[in-house]
Design a protein around this ligand. Structure first.
Ligand code: EPZ
Length: 432
């Protein structure tokens, strides 16, 4: 097991390049199983969730070849199995996309109940409702989901809740269905549009992704031999934007889509920091005074993303005044506030609301990443804090950020990854 050791109070300065989006990549890889051919995926983040998904897909009979650190080919001509390894699929959330893809391609599929970050209840009723509306039979029991179909027939599906996963899964299942599927009240996140673009590049007919209604005209067959580049990660870009603000730094962020960042930019300007678009894929963020308080409510895109709520929480924990965050997506996404309080923050949380009484300084302390974005938030806190911070449970962070400590180090952070049990690496002797 590794831990991160950070010597703090560093204003971040320099340039960082954003990787492809985790939450698009983990849907695009299963989507590649819809074809009987070969696809090349570029700008793929090299993170543990992607590697795990590659392992699962290979278990199903596909052949994956890494052609560079961030590009693979997927040869899905020989899908020989529709039962995904139960233990592997339970390890993360996105394994549920195998259901939509394999229902479409093979007509039957079995996966373990998807795991993922512990953010409260994570039901999949909207996914099941969609599959059943298309004509599939879905059985859930003993930690396993099994879905089968004679044929899938397009229909109108109204989503009771705006769900990223269910929207993508219904798109995956319906591209090869007979007739037209309409998804009303879908999610509109950039990764929804990216998955639709990928499907259309394979020959699907998906219209309206990113709007309030998605229309999918089923086609008989999808074709391979395409090369597709995953959309830049909105959440990774937002993480570095908020790190620049929290540390009173000055960062240029490259390979992002600035349009996707407007919900974050608006809040950065509101609290007195600065964000300026340099061109469509570069943004400059800086902060030269203590930010002021703000209230935040997380919402589906284009609202403020829940996946940046903990990182924003770090900024507000050191803001001038008292801020309130209302988390409207997940039941339990304030676990990181207990860790921040160990560093001197003054945050009280109850249910889906947390009150941040801004303090002028955080102090280094040993803390644990409780989930992926909580881990990113603690890194930002460690970079801002006076003294040394140790962050444990890095497996959460490695699920979704490629080379995160290397990127922060290039921005000037004093951050090192060490073995947990190495007696020479314990809260002392960090290089200046
Ligand atoms: C995706 O999760 C992301 N994960 C999450 O990112 C992200 O927080 C979330 O979308 C919201 O943006 C992936 O893309 C792999 P949802 P997902 O279905 O699809 C309820 C990260 O840090 N709901 O949009 O699982 C659900 O309980 C992760 O990268 C139902 O009630 O989220 C939640 O309250 C964490 N029934 C809300 O909808 C359902 O069938 C939104 O969930 C499905 C969801």
């Amino acid at each position: 097991m590794d831990k991160l050791v950070i010597k703090g109070k560093t204003p971040l300065k320099g340039e960082v390049t954003i990787n492809g989006a985790k939450n698009a990549a983990v849907a695009i890889l299963p989507a590649a199983l819809l074809i009987d051919g070969i696809t090349t995926i570029e700008n793929l983040p090299n993170i543990s969730d992607v590697k795990l998904l590659c392992e699962i897909i290979e278990n199903l009979g596909a052949k994956i070849t890494w052609i560079s650190n961030n590009a693979i080919t997927i040869d899905s001509r020989n899908i020989s199995c529709t039962q995904a390894p139960i233990e592997l699929t339970r390890k993360f959330r996105a394994s549920y996309y195998l259901i939509g893809a394999l229902l479409g391609r093979c007509g039957e599929v079995q996966v373990g109940m998807p795991g993922g970050c512990k953010l409260g209840a994570r039901p999949i009723d909207q996914h099941i409702k969609g599959f059943e509306a298309l004509g599939a039979k879905v059985e859930v029991g003993q930690g396993i989901i099994k879905a089968t179909r004679e044929k899938l027939i397009g229909t109108n599906i109204y989503m009771d809740i705006v769900s990223v996963g269910a929207t993508i899964n219904i798109m995956l299942a319906s591209v090869l269905a007979e007739g037209t599927t309409i998804i009303d009240n879908p999610a509109k996140e950039p990764h929804i549009v990216d998955v639709a673009n990928f499907l259309n590049a394979l020959g699907a007919d998906v219209r309206g992704a990113g709007t309030d209604v998605i229309k999918i005209n089923g086609v008989q067959k999808l074709e391979g031999n395409i090369t597709y580049s995953v959309v830049p990660d909105q959440i990774e870009a937002g993480t570095f934007m908020l790190a620049a603000v929290a540390s009173h730094g000055d960062i240029i962020i490259r390979n992002c889509i600035t349009k996707h960042l407007e919900c974050i930019t608006a809040k950065i300007l509101e609290i007195g920091a600065h964000a300026e678009e340099l061109d469509g894929d570069t943004i400059h963020v800086w902060c030269n005074k203590r930010p002021t308080k703000a209230n935040i409510k997380t919402l589906p895109y284009p609202g403020f993303p829940t996946d940046l709520q903990p990182q924003m929480g770090v900024v507000l924990s050191m803001a001038n005044g008292t801020s309130i965050i209302n988390e409207s997506i997940w039941e339990s996404r304030f676990q990181y506030t207990d860790e921040l309080n160990k560093m001197g923050a003054k945050i009280t949380s109850q249910g889906k609301t947390a009150i941040f009484e801004g303090v002028s300084t955080l102090y280094g302390a040993p803390v644990s990443a409780t989930d992926l974005r909580a881990g990113a938030a603690l890194i930002i806190a460690g970079i801002c804090a006076d003294g040394i911070t140790e962050i444990h449970n890095l497996e959460h962070i490695d699920r979704g950020y490629e080379n995160i400590e290397e990127k922060f180090r290039k921005l000037g952070a004093n951050i090192t990854r060490v073995k947990e049990d190495d007696p020479n690496n314990h809260l002392v002797d960090l290089p200046e």
